[in-house]
Design a protein around this ligand. Structure first.
Ligand code: ADE
Ligand code: ZN
Length: 318
């Protein structure tokens, strides 16, 4: 099937498989514990908070602009091979700062990966910066402020990831107001590891999309509001099953949300953790949720329209 794919939800540090993490660790003279590597392709983790710790550990070996270039390039070239035309990469300045990288070096590395992947495959990509809830409210405000003052041209959006259950969305209002006022597109992880209340609260922030958002299904009035407002969900069904948000694809609400008129797109979230890929998520949508090729083409168009890229970049994709 010659279907163009687009991905609006993938964490850049979460794209590097164990084999690449080991390679970067070797290059940087670092040791990584053996226990977290199930296979060269997949990580081992126990529950969501353990997943976040494993993620932090893997991210801690991505240390230089060249490392970020390589992680970005390898991910995007793999996506292009599956037919992707556009990817939004969620990048965490706090993870980069934890290893001593400035914002400028962090984004320069990612931008080099994007440019090289475009040159070699034609794929386009942009960066969403993310704050991490469990790193605190002040850190989130700081990230938003830094983007408002001095922004790399590939940085087009703002997100909030990490421990949703422990850190509700409204705590981060100031960061969102700064980000939105500075012209960044805004989305927020909500309705993943907390329920409809978290989604309702997230919708009081200046967002046009929700990362996951799928637990809105717990409240039919909320689903109707999301549909009515045209809020776009970044759905990541395999991630949701892997992290036990829903016990199986059969119990995942994607089809019900679709039938309620909610707009949605697809993402792989953290592919080597959850054993998935963007091509795989389109296949899951077709094979497990029964969406046809024409509907999936329209999902790609929804993703491009809902992307935070500038209009000129979008026009080349549509
Ligand atoms: N960070 C990386 N993946 C995440 C997810 N699925 N939810 C929240 N934070 C994350
Ligand atoms: Zn995510």
């Amino acid at each position: 099937m010659n279907l163009p794919l687009a991905e609006l939800h993938v964490h850049l540090e979460g794209t590097a498989p164990p084999a690449l993490i080991r390679r970067l660790a070797d290059r940087n003279g670092l040791k990584v514990p053996e226990g977290v590597f199930a296979t060269p392709e997949q990580f081992r983790w126990v529950d969501f908070l353990d997943f976040l710790r494993t993620y932090d550990l893997a991210a801690s070996v991505i240390r230089t602009p060249e490392d970020y270039r390589d992680v970005t390039y390898e991910y995007l070239v793999g996506c292009a091979r599956e037919g992707a035309i556009y990817v939004e990469l969620i990048a965490s300045p706090d993870h980069a700062a934890n290893v001593g990288l400035s914002d400028a070096d962090h984004y320069a590395g990612i931008a080099a990966g994007i440019d090289d992947a475009r040159r070699d495959t034609g794929i386009e990509a942009r960066i969403l910066v993310t704050a991490i809830r469990n790193f605190g409210v002040e850190a989130a405000v700081e990230i938003a402020r830094r983007q408002a003052e001095d922004r790399h041209p590939y940085v087009v959006g703002f997100n909030l990831a990490g421990d949703e259950a422990g850190y509700p969305p409204a705590q981060f209002r100031e960061a969102y107001e700064i980000a939105a006022a500075s012209g960044l597109g805004c989305t927020v992880h909500a309705g993943e590891h907390a329920g409809a209340e978290s989604v309702r609260e997230a919708l009081t922030l200046p967002v046009t999309r929700l990362s996951h958002g799928v637990r809105a299904i717990e409240d039919p009035a909320l689903v109707a509001e999301i549909a009515e407002r045209g809020i776009v969900l970044e759905a990541c069904p395999t991630s949701n099953v892997a992290t036990h948000v829903f016990p199986s694809y059969e119990e995942h609400p994607l089809r019900k949300l679709h039938e309620a008129g909610v707009k949605w797109t697809l993402g792989s979230d953290d592919p080597p953790y959850f054993g998935c890929s963007i091509g795989g998520e389109y296949a899951v949508a077709r094979e497990r949720f029964g969406f046809e090729e024409g509907e999936l083409r329209s999902i790609t168009r929804t993703a491009v329209r809902a992307s935070f890229a500038d209009d000129a970049a979008k026009a080349t994709l549509l």
